[in-house]
Design a protein around this ligand. Structure first.
Ligand SMILES: [Zn+2]
Ligand SMILES: [Zn+2]
Length: 358
C-alpha cells in the first residue's frame, strides 16, 4: 500500500521557512524565509529569495540569483543542470524545463516508489528565451494556477506584438513605452520583436539592463539595446522603450514624447486592469499557462493526485475532480498574486497595483 504524499512532502508554515518541505531530503522547495537547504524552481523574487544556507537550482537560476542578490544569493550554490539525477537524503531529485523563464525548472522527486513533480511556474507556449516545458508523468503534480479561470485564454504572442508595431506606424511622433517585468517578460518581448523584424535599437530603463546582459551572456541574443537616458526627447519618436510597469506611469516617463503606454502581461486580458493603470496598448503576453494549458498539462502528466497553488485554485480543482483526479488547493503563502514574480522586495521594479480581479 502507498503511503500518503503528506507523510513526506507538505507545505511548511512560514515560521519554519514556508514553501514545500521535502522531509526525507531535508530541504524546502521555494522557501519564503531562509532555510538550511533550499531547492529553487526559478529566479522570480517570490520563488528565489536570498539568505539560504545552500541553494540547489539550475546554473541559469543561480546566475540570476547572483545578479539580483550578490553574496546573499546563498551560502553554497549547487548547480543542477536539466536532466541530471541527484540523491539528497532519501530522495531522488531531477530538474526539468518548465518553459517559464530562463533556467526555470520543475522539480521531479522520487521517494519509495512515488513520483512527485513540483512545477513551479510554467507555460506550454514556445518561448525563444528558455527551454520548453517537459511533460513528466507522475503520481502527484503540484501545479500553479495563476490564470486558472476559463476567461484566461492567451492569444498568440506574435499577434500581440503586431499590435505594437502597428501602433508605431500609426503614431510616428510618439514613443512606444511598454511596461515589462525585468526577468523573463522583458527578454521574451525583445525576442518576439526581433522575430517580427524590428531590428532597430530598443531603449531600456536602467532596471532592465542587468538581466538583459545576463541573458545575452547565457546565450540568448537580444540585438541592439540602448539605455533610455541622456537622449533628447525627439530621439524616442517612433521608437520602443521598455521599462518596469511601475515606471511607465511615473516621472521617469516624462522624458519621452507623448508616449503610447503599453503593458505586456496575462492580466491585460482584464480590460479594467489595463484602464486602471493607464494602459493604452494592452498586450496579452504571459509566461504562465492559460486555462487550456493548465488542463492539458494535468491530463498530460497523468497524475492521480493534484495540488494547486499560486492563484485561482478552485476552478482547476473542480475540473480535475471531474477527470477522476484527487485535487486540493494548497495554502502556500508568500507568492505574488500578480503572478509575475516581482514582489515588494524588488523596489522600483515590482507592480503592487490594485487587488486581484474578481
Ligand atoms: Zn510565481
Ligand atoms: Zn515566476
Amino acid at each position: 500500500m502507498q503511503t500518503a504524499f503528506e507523510s513526506w512532502i507538505h507545505p511548511a508554515p512560514p515560521a519554519e521557512g514556508g514553501g514545500l518541505r521535502v522531509v526525507p531530503g531535508g530541504f524546502h522547495i521555494d522557501p519564503i524565509r531562509p532555510v538550511d537547504r533550499a531547492v529553487v524552481t526559478h529566479g522570480h523574487a517570490d520563488h528565489a529569495r536570498p539568505g539560504n544556507g545552500s541553494v540547489l537550482a539550475t546554473p541559469e537560476t543561480l546566475a540570476i540569483m547572483r545578479e539580483r542578490y550578490g553574496a546573499a544569493a546563498g551560502g553554497t550554490l549547487q548547480p543542477a543542470p536539466y536532466g541530471e539525477t541527484l540523491r539528497i537524503g532519501d530522495v531522488t531529485v531531477r530538474l526539468v524545463p518548465a518553459g517559464h523563464v530562463l533556467g526555470s525548472a520543475q522539480i521531479v522527486l522520487e521517494h519509495r516508489g512515488q513520483r512527485v513533480v513540483v512545477s513551479g511556474d510554467y507555460k506550454r507556449r514556445a518561448d525563444p528565451t528558455c527551454a520548453p516545458f517537459e511533460v513528466v508523468p507522475c503520481d502527484l503534480f503540484v501545479s500553479e494556477a495563476t490564470f486558472g479561470l476559463p476567461v484566461f485564454r492567451h492569444p498568440p504572442a506574435d499577434e500581440e506584438v503586431a499590435k505594437l508595431l502597428r501602433s508605431i506606424r500609426l503614431f510616428p511622433d510618439r514613443a512606444q513605452l511598454v511596461g515589462v517585468y525585468a526577468l523573463g517578460k522583458c527578454q521574451r518581448l525583445i525576442r518576439l520583436l526581433r522575430a517580427a523584424g524590428w531590428d532597430a535599437p530598443i531603449y531600456l530603463h536602467g532596471a532592465l539592463a542587468g538581466l538583459c546582459r545576463l541573458y545575452e551572456r547565457l546565450g540568448v541574443p537580444l540585438g541592439p539595446l540602448v539605455p533610455a537616458t541622456g537622449l533628447p526627447r525627439d530621439a524616442f519618436k517612433g521608437q520602443i522603450v521598455l521599462a518596469p510597469p511601475s515606471a511607465t506611469a511615473d516621472r521617469w516617463a516624462r522624458r519621452l514624447p507623448d508616449p503610447v503606454v503599453g503593458a505586456a502581461s496575462g492580466w491585460m486580458r482584464v480590460r479594467q486592469r489595463a484602464r486602471q493603470r493607464g494602459v493604452e496598448l494592452p498586450m496579452i503576453v504571459s509566461d504562465h499557462a492559460d486555462w487550456d494549458e493548465l488542463i492539458d498539462t494535468v491530463r498530460d502528466v497523468g497524475c492521480g493526485t493534484l495540488w494547486v497553488t499560486h492563484g485561482r485554485e478552485e476552478a482547476l480543482c473542480h475540473v480535475a475532480a471531474g477527470m477522476g483526479i484527487e485535487a486540493r488547493a494548497l495554502a502556500l503563502v508568500g507568492f505574488d498574486e500578480e503572478g509575475q514574480g516581482e514582489t515588494a522586495d524588488d523596489p522600483g521594479v515590482g507592480d503592487p497595483g490594485p487587488g486581484a480581479p474578481a
